[in-house]
Design a protein around this ligand. Sequence first.
Ligand code: GUN
Ligand code: FE
Length: 429
Amino acid sequence: MGNNSKIIKGNFIFTPGFGELKIAAASFIVIEGKRVKGLYRQLPAGYEGSLVTDYQDKLIIPGLVDLHAHAPQFANRGMGLDLELIPWLEQYTFPEEAKYNDVVYAAGVYKKFVRELWQWGTTRAVLFGTIHKAATTRLMALLAQAGLGGYVGKVNMDRNSPAALSETTAQSLADTEAFIQDTIDRYELVKPIVTPRFVPSCTPALMSGIAGLAQKYNLPVQSHLAENTREIAWVRELHPECPHYAGVYHKFGLFGQQPTIMAHCIHNDAAELALMAKNKVYMAHCPYSNTNLASGLAPVRRCIDSGIPVGLGSDIAGGHEVSIAKVMAMAVQVSKLKWLISGRQEPFFTIPEVLYLATKGGGSFFGQVGSFEEGYEFDALVIDDSSLAVAAGNPFTLADRLSRFIYIGNDKNIIARYVAGRKIEEPQF
Ligand code: GUN
Ligand code: FE
């Protein structure tokens, strides 16, 4: 065995397919470099005598993926949630994001935010920064320092935005290209992503320009789509020439021409969903945000059934929970409300289904991430759920123990975290 390899023992639980729970009790995983070599009941020949990290009766699950969060809104969690999207952005979000012109302020909050990602077991995250190049570059450095994986976007905004959060089209394009050049080769696991805030914030010239940058540097794209009915009516007024909201992004080269994530996707029509499926545009489902901002209950099952790739997002601060485990439980709960109001038509989610969305579903945006199959980058959480046991000898099955961790566990149950084969410790910043 190479000296670049390690062996870990425990109870592995993961989802090779949507809703397909695979449980490998008391098994060994062999990791070569950053990737899984194999998962075995008995150590294969050649590995006898190798050092094994034995996590005994603990659960080991893939690291959790947050496909959509706004790092600069961390300080706004739990505020302004008596408002819907547009007034919430104007009264709470934009004034807070304007402060990120100050890199010292930004670094202070970003350190706390990145620490919480680590704490709650998020191993990969796709993040919005702000329009500010310096602060957003700092956020990437902090993620890399923590050993987490991620895509981070310098946000673009050149219309319908307050003065303190407005760029000229030319400045926005120049800063975005400088940001890309500065960060694209700097870290192995943290990369830039092209980030138009949403259609109302970006002129056609800006959308075309950044689509050109995404193509030139072969970068992914993230934005928001069909979150709120007033937002959708506004986009229709701004772009009467387009058949629908998704069509605006598509027209300007921001809808799957490069790998793309759209957050929310609550109110899309059938044509938009078909375009998402055709272009393999990811939906980031954010159930806390759906309810906090009273935006609506996203038709997630329908999206999955139409072939749209789906992952889960915290949408900090539309959502108030950093924990993707809590987001999983909320996704199940929201799906049950959807099931009830659909006349019990659209089946609600099961734990194996939301575990898939939180791991391999969102992880696939990063490549081979989110599973313990051979070739996958080894991202994992080791869960000590002994504090959740109620009787000696723990009578629960492994599947029930997983479900209990998701619903009633917390960060203290996570006793080790791995990203791309490396154990990552609490960030010291
Ligand atoms: N749409 C445009 N910007 C935002 C944002 O910051 N949060 C949410 N939830 N939706 C948005
Ligand atoms: Fe968002």
